[in-house]
Write a protein of this length. Structure first.
Length: 97
């Protein structure tokens, strides 16, 4: 009987150690995942900055020219759409009216 109790008490710490080790492994895994995520984020930010340094940015003069072209084309298309709208609404008014 005494031997049986000794065997049981010897096993209990092993079981507790296994549970503790599982919990600590889970915590360690979570910490490792958090570290990997943080490292990935910092690597991503560093890579973005490196790529932005490689970009060939247009000069101020080129930007002003491109902006002028966009504004001019937008205005021209607005006028064309407005004229078509006026013509079609007048035409529909004559047909219905």
């Amino acid at each position: 009987m005494v031997r049986k109790q000794q065997v049981e008490t010897e096993r209990l710490p092993d079981i507790d150690n296994k549970n503790i080790s599982k919990k600590s492994k889970a915590k360690d895994t979570k910490k490792a995942d958090d570290k990997k995520k943080a490292k990935n984020r910092s690597n991503f930010a560093k890579e973005v900055i490196a790529e932005l340094k490689k970009v060939s940015w247009p000069s101020k003069k080129d930007v002003i020219k491109a902006t002028g072209v966009v504004v001019a084309i937008s205005a021209a298309l607005g006028i064309v759409v407005g004229l078509f709208d006026y013509l079609f609404s007048t035409l529909i008014g004559l047909i219905v009216g």
